[in-house]
Design a protein around this ligand. Structure first.
Ligand code: HEM
Length: 524
């Protein structure tokens, strides 16, 4: 069977035209125009790059560049091209220059040495249509972006703040355990339960409470509604949209990305407007003497003192990023870790023995316990090595023309750091495809962006601002799940990936779990 490519996913279909059929004339004109455009654009790009010493790459096609080389698993296609052409690869997706980075050394060069030039983002269509103003992840590294990151760093993710949120996190994890316990002998869809726990945590941290919405009759419904919108928007953002690479085709919206983004953007906007308007009303009318008590208050105060004032709509994309970052990421990472442990029963047993030794079964795991559980920590690192959540990070862009090693990089080059390929590089890891947490025992490699062979959170000024919260959530969710339940082992579990900006298991994990701690621990 022919390999499916990102292009075969589009709806382009041009039927053959016959000269004797007058209705075919417009089609003929189209073809002549198309051919001319091909020749012109090919000649233009060749001239444009002729003075540069570009990194190696395969020959491309006019108009398409190398788009035809991408399968529906682009991280794998690019890994394979990098094996042939080297760790710094030059491609063109349509007319957009692209570099692909697949070694720790090159990643260090870009994310550390030339961090400032590579901290930019390409203006993708979906992002522009989905959000009226740029999100944190989609913003260029300008003063507004810096100031929002600063607010997040001090008001949401500072270690003292995170400590104050610990009771919330533990409460929501207990509720997650109870929900799995309630499924009894039935299989649980652990992803949806992890999503629910994660969105409740992030909602209580930012809004002071679980989500409430006019249309939903319960917090659980409101959370599920927003989770679905967030997951859908993350999927859409990871789609290879032809309009981004062949802009003159954009008006046709061949893959329907613009249309879907408009519809989804409207639904998301409705949610944020309701949340922000209700709080503004409360602050201005019901309780004007209220002090800032949560992150939304802090954002509103920060925007109130800005000149020109009151651009409240700019708060929506910040909430979007915090909710999207806080909901899908931890849930999918824990799901991957569980999938690996369930398919490696001896490693699962080793985790269980360590938790039993350090914590016992008279209380649940607490954040401080994790530092005494080296094998458990190694399991998390190994999961993030084999299954980095964002296989290309959030794609970066080179603002200005620059040099990397001996090569010239054109301005505006989309920069894909293939952390998925780096994590599976035999030269870096040895037995790279094996799930072997043991490799991290006694090693000082960590996930915080200082070791370029392991970059699940990125590195440099664009590194994930929610990293500490992500680590706490993942550690506690996985450790408590493991402590509280025995999972049915399954060495043949389906671990097929579904490519996206966030890469999850293609088929959500369904697990049968039986409790192994006294039930009162779940109820406290
Ligand atoms: C296991 C958990 C998580 C993982 C693996 C993860 C991973 C990442 C990665 C790889 C990036 C892109 C870095 C780059 O562009 O170079 C990123 C960016 C980001 N993450 Fe996370 N993340 C996690 C949790 C969180 C949480 C909990 C939040 C917020 C509550 C969050 C919010 C963000 C935001 C706002 C950005 C964009 C930063 C920017 O572009 O300036 N993430 N994350």
């Amino acid at each position: 069977m022919a390999e499916q490519t990102v292009l075969s996913n589009t709806k382009i279909s041009l039927s053959s035209a016959s000269m004797s059929d007058p209705s075919a004339l417009p089609l003929l004109h189209f073809f002549v125009a198309f051919l001319l455009l091909c020749i012109l654009s090919f000649a233009f790009l060749k001239k444009r790059y002729s003075r540069l010493r570009l990194p190696p790459g395969p020959p491309g096609l006019p108009i398409l560049g190398h788009l035809h080389k991408l399968s529906l698993d682009p991280h794998k296609s690019l890994q394979s091209l990098s094996r042939t052409y080297g760790p710094l690869l030059f491609l063109k997706f349509g007319s957009l220059p692209v570099i692909v980075v697949s070694s720790p050394e090159m990643a260090k060069n870009i994310l550390q040495k030339q961090d400032q030039n590579f901290a930019w983002r390409s203006p993708f269509v979906v992002h522009r249509v989905l959000h009226k103003y740029p999100t944190i992840a989609g913003s260029q590294p300008d003063p507004a972006w810096r100031s929002i990151r600063q607010i997040c760093a001090t008001q949401l993710f500072a270690p003292t703040k995170l400590k104050s949120f610990q009771p919330i996190i533990l409460e929501e994890i207990r509720s997650l355990l109870r929900s799995i316990d309630a499924d009894g002998h039935q299989k649980s869809c652990v992803r949806s339960k992890l999503h629910a726990a994660s969105i409740n945590i992030i909602s209580r941290m930012t809004l002071g409470n679980k989500l409430q919405m006019n249309e939903s009759n319960s917090a659980a419904n409101a959370s599920a509604h927003l989770t679905n919108l967030l997951v859908e928007s993350i999927e859409l953002s990871g789609f290879f949209n032809l309009s981004d690479y062949v802009p003159w085709l954009a008006w046709m919206d061949l893959q329907g990305c613009e249309r879907k983004s408009k519809a989804l953007g409207g639904k998301l906007q409705k949610v944020w407007t309701e949340i922000i308007d209700e709080r503004r009303q409360y602050r201005n009318i019901v309780c004007p003497e209220r002090e800032d008590t949560d992150f939304l208050d802090i954002l509103l105060s920060a925007f109130e003192i800005k000149d020109p004032p009151l651009e409240y709509e700019k708060i929506a994309p910040i909430l979007y990023d915090i909710f999207a970052g806080g909901t899908d990421t931890s849930a999918i990472t824990v799901e991957w870790a569980l999938a690996e442990l369930i398919s490696h029963p001896s490693k699962m047993k080793r985790v269980q023995d360590e938790i039993d030794e350090v914590v016992g079964n008279s209380r649940l795991v607490e954040p401080e316990d994790v530092q005494n559980m080296p094998y458990f920590q190694a399991v998390i690192k190994e999961t993030m090595r084999l299954h980095p959540l964002l296989p290309f990070l959030v794609p970066h862009m080179a603002k200005a023309e620059c040099r990397v090693e001996d090569f010239d990089i054109p301005a505006n080059a989309l920069t894909l750091i293939n952390v998925w390929a780096i994590g599976r590089d035999e030269k870096v890891w040895g037995s790279a495809l094996d799930f072997s947490p043991e490799r991290f025992l006694g090693s000082d490699i960590d996930v915080r962006g200082r070791h370029f062979e392991l970059l699940p959170f990125g590195s440099g000024r664009r590194a994930c601002p929610g990293m500490l919260l992500g680590i706490i959530n993942v550690n506690l969710m996985l450790a408590c799940l493991r402590q509280a339940f025995v999972f049915e082992p399954n060495e043949r579990l389906d671990k097929t990936e579904k490519f996206g900006i966030v890469m999850a298991l293609a088929n959500p994990l369904l697990i049968r779990a039986s409790p192994r701690v006294p039930i009162h621990l779940l109820l406290e």
